[in-house]
Design a protein around this ligand. Structure first.
Ligand code: CA2
Length: 148
């Protein structure tokens, strides 16, 4: 049984990935993202909790569950721009948090997309590298696993 767990948490509408706006988000689906994450962790003794929700309270519950895990990768999608409760839940986390965005939020047509409320709670932010951002985030967490 793996004793360590990493959470990959996805926010609203990411379940539609691959269905619309491929010029922005690419053609991969969220199932492809999960398969990629599972491949990255395959040879490691680390469990993956891969989840998606459009419900803010559910995301907050998962963040509480993940507080003392080996790490969190979060693409909070639209929650990134307004959710103080998710920010507070991230600030309560004792593990490293990596914020991921598939697109480069600084290159988007809408200027408000550039400012994620959540970035101040993250150890690092990866954006604009497509779904490869998830792989990079996981590899970073794997290099910084807790020792016990
Ligand atoms: O680039 C990202 O990963 C985003 O977090 C995705 C969010 C967007 O609100 C952020 O500005 C950037 C939106 C996810 C919606 O994804 C869809 C993908 C395909 C079709 C419809 C929605």
């Amino acid at each position: 049984m793996p004793s360590l767990r990493i959470f990959v948490l996805n926010g609203p509408n990411l379940d539609l990935l691959g269905e619309r706006e491929p010029h922005i988000y690419g053609t991969h689906t969220l199932a492809d993202v999960e398969a990629l994450c599972r491949r990255v962790l395959a040879s490691r003794n680390v469990e993956l909790a891969f989840r998606q929700t459009a419900a803010e309270h559910e995301m907050i519950g998962w963040l509480h569950e993940a507080r003392r895990s080996a790490g969190i990768v979060i693409n909070a999608a639209g929650f990134s721009y307004h959710s103080v409760p998710i920010l507070d839940a991230l600030l309560a986390c004792e593990c490293p948090v990596i914020e991921v965005h598939i697109s480069n939020i600084h290159r988007r047509a809408e200027p408000w997309r550039a400012h994620s409320l959540l970035s101040g709670a993250a150890k690092g932010v990866i954006m604009g590298l497509g779904i490869d951002g998830y792989r990079l985030a996981l590899e970073h967490l794997l290099q910084h696993l807790p020792t016990e």
